[in-house]
Write a protein that binds this ligand. Structure first.
Ligand code: 6R9
Length: 679
């Protein structure tokens, strides 16, 4: 059952509009069936005969579907007048225009109205067994304090606040406080280096940063405030840094007061910016994807409810860091919009031992567990005993996200963790999509699941496959309509959760997502559609790799490597390739060509390059292997043949393919001889 909307006179859902919609929407054909029991927001759709028809209607009549859902699920201060105004060929995406609402009111106030003492957050702190609970009333108070603090220090509607914090209640309150006062947030993963943080602060033009004195993860103290200090030195826009205390160690602090616990919410337009979130693309520069208020929140809430079969009262345990989109949508916004109890996981899967997740499941009585394949692969190597020690009978659904889940990991997750009784939902989506787009059983909790397949599109999502072979540059490939086929995964129709632009670079947004296949949103991924019409993601089609679920552009690493200095610049060029890694999914393999006349010990330089990548980007991006080469295989036009490097790294020498365009075939032989072994 959906919680009644917050019944202040200001925030009432428009039941009037819902009635109008219901009376003009009829789906003809099959016999009537009450889908409202499954999806109450669909109550107005007369004549819809079951879930398949509802899913059908969400695509064929998507405007009516999303209008009904938006009216039912969100509390509006002023109802929208236009459901959507989108044109994919121009990268124009607008939903629910005319509508006004506040995201923090939707996530907090309306639940405080009906059930103030319900637990909103369980903070699973790094120190095992020291979890802390915060009710909706407490989280609202904390949010209001932060909101007032920001307002008092001059943060205004439309400003962008950078949040560099570990997953903790104050980080969530800071995100919601921004939403409350109409500022955009820019959460930067606390594992990012000072340089990466500075780049994101500068690009977002933030004048305010919120951080903590120190983070704690896996028993180790992480000096977050010091990283911020270094970062802001190269960020002239930053005027103030707020520092919360995660540990007792003193730090030079900016003033921080306890404030009034009432903070008047700003009334925001549906299409005002809610947040920026930086992610890697195939060029060296990360892009700040922009999500807006109503559409994003609605999509996060709806997917949270139907993909995981969430029911009121459930404890939802998504172990992602809030610095990633998964943390935004399924730790914070989706669960809180639904009035759920959501877990904030601060630790690591193996601290203090490999039983950590399952001990937490038992202690916190988690009903839905949502994690990454890389952690599952790691834990399965430690053996079943770490799982079996703990009571997991509360678990109902197991989710997987971030990268493909291999069959062995899927089977183990299902058989051992879920005792063979919990469905495993392998969810495919991206920072760009705002929420889950393809998942095993979004509209039918009893549907069959094929291991390792993301399976079925969510309501309102229309995936298509396009032939990549016949696509030259921006020339179009053919739409693949049959089953049992593979191609570029694109979306044929807009949905409310999709990103609206790249901050300060709408042209790049259009070029990246809408120009490769005009009229479609291009995901950058390849997919296979089975005989039955189920989808399986086959991996990136661009130069983006996925290391332990972290997305990283190979060009970003190359940029750092070629900047390596000894007494003078040492590296002439570099090519970074992803290779299959049994735990991380993909590992990083770097080819490095030194400048002529450089005389260094390769081991020393390797160490230095690894250090630089950790320092400039993040630890996870640091190469697992560095191979020094005299030259790289190139085409006659001078392009590095990455396809050939990939085959060499994967030891697939049979599959090297056509080498006729190579400038000098001997370069390939040299590369093969110098191969570093990783299998
Ligand atoms: C949510 C998230 C997005 C990229 C995406 C794809 C890969 C995500 C996946 C998956 C196979 C899945 N990806 N989920 N690949 N199966 N279930 O991870 O967002 O960090 O933006 O990464 O991750 O390649 O394009 P983000």
């Amino acid at each position: 059952m959906w919680l009644p909307c917050g019944c202040t006179s200001k925030y009432v859902a428009s039941s009037f509009a819902r009635r109008i919609l219901a009376s003009h929407l009829h789906v003809s054909g099959r016999s009537r069936c009450n889908v409202a029991a499954f999806m109450p927001e669909a109550a107005g759709f007369e004549g819809v005969s079951g879930r398949a028809a509802l899913r059908e209607l969400s695509v064929s009549n998507s405007e009516s579907f999303w209008a009904a859902v938006a009216r039912h699920r969100l509390s509006w201060s002023i109802p929208f007048h236009t459901v959507q105004d989108c044109d994919l060929s121009r990268g124009k995406i607008k939903w629910f225009e005319g509508g006004k609402l506040n995201v923090s009111v939707n996530c907090l106030d309306r639940h405080v109205h009906t059930c103030p003492e319900r637990v909103a957050l369980i903070w699973e702190r790094d120190e095992r067994g020291s979890e802390m609970k915060y009710t909706y009333r407490e989280l609202l108070e904390m949010t209001c304090r932060v909101g007032n603090l920001l307002r008092r220090h001059g943060v205004k509607r439309g400003d962008c606040v950078t949040i560099y914090m570990p997953t903790c209640p104050l980080a969530v309150a800071s995100m919601l406080a921004c939403a409350r006062i109409g500022a955009a947030h820019n959460v930067v993963f606390a594992g990012f280096s000072a340089d990466a943080l500075a780049e994101r602060i500068r690009d977002a033009q933030s004048s305010t940063v919120i951080t903590v004195n120190q983070g704690v993860r896996g028993g180790k103290v992480i000096e977050l405030k010091k990283t911020v200090d270094t970062a802001v030195e190269s960020c002239p826009t930053v005027k103030q840094v707020f520092v919360a205390m995660r540990t007792d160690n003193p730090v030079t602090m900016t003033a921080r007061d306890i404030e009034d616990v009432v903070c008047e919410p700003a009334v925001m337009n549906s299409e005002d910016v809610l947040f920026l979130l930086y992610t890697s693309g195939s060029t060296g520069k990360p892009k700040g994807l922009v999500h807006t208020q109503a559409g994003y929140l609605l999509y996060a809430a709806l997917t949270h409810r139907y993909v995981f079969s969430y029911h009121d009262g459930d404890v939802f345990g998504c172990v992602a860091d809030i610095g990633w989109i998964t943390g935004h949508s399924y730790v914070v916004y989706g669960p809180l919009a639904n009035g759920a109890t959501t877990v904030l996981f601060e630790s690591t899967p193996i601290y203090p031992d490999p039983g950590r997740y399952w001990d937490m499941v038992e202690r916190l009585k988690i009903n839905q567990f949502y994690g990454a394949p890389t952690a599952i692969r790691l834990l399965l190597k430690y053996g079943d005993q770490w799982v079996n020690k703990y009571d997991r009978s509360t678990l109902k659904t197991l989710g997987s996200v971030g990268e493909p889940i291999n069959t062995e990991a899927w089977e183990w997750y299902h058989r051992v963790v879920g005792d063979g009784r919990c469905p495993v939902v392998d969810t495919w989506w991206q920072t760009e999509t705002g929420g889950i787009c393809i998942a095993p059983r979004p509209s039918d909790p009893d549907a069959e699941i094929v291991p390792g397949m993301a399976m079925r599109p969510f309501f309102g999502i229309k995936p298509v496959l396009i032939d990549t072979e016949r696509c030259f540059g921006f020339l179009q490939g053919e739409l693949l309509t049959s089953n049992n086929t593979s191609g570029a995964l694109c979306m044929a129709q807009p949905w409310p959760g999709m990103a609206r632009t790249i901050h300060n670079n709408h042209q790049r947004f259009i070029e990246t997502y809408f120009q490769p296949y005009p009229g479609y949103f291009f995901t950058g991924d390849g997919a296979y559609r089975s005989e039955e019409g189920y989808y399986q993601i086959t991996g990136r089609l661009d130069d983006v790799i996925n290391v332990s679920g972290h997305r990283i552009g190979t060009a970003e690493i190359e940029d750092v490597v070629v900047r390596a200095q000894l007494s003078c610049p040492a590296v002439a060029e570099s090519a970074v390739i992803g290779y299959t890694h049994s735990i991380k999914g993909q590992g990083v393999y770097a080819f490095v060509v030194l400048k002529k006349g450089i005389d260094v010990k390769e081991a020393d330089l390797s160490r230095q390059l690894n250090g630089m990548v950790s320092e400039k980007i993040a630890k996870y991006a640091s190469p697992d292997f560095i191979q020094f080469a005299q030259r790289l295989p190139k085409t006659r036009s001078g392009k590095i043949m990455r396809r050939v490097l990939r085959k060499v790294v994967e030891s697939d020498l049979e599959g090297l393919g056509d080498l006729s365009t190579l400038d000098d075939p001997a370069a390939v032989q040299e590369i093969i001889q110098g191969r570093r072994c990783h299998v």
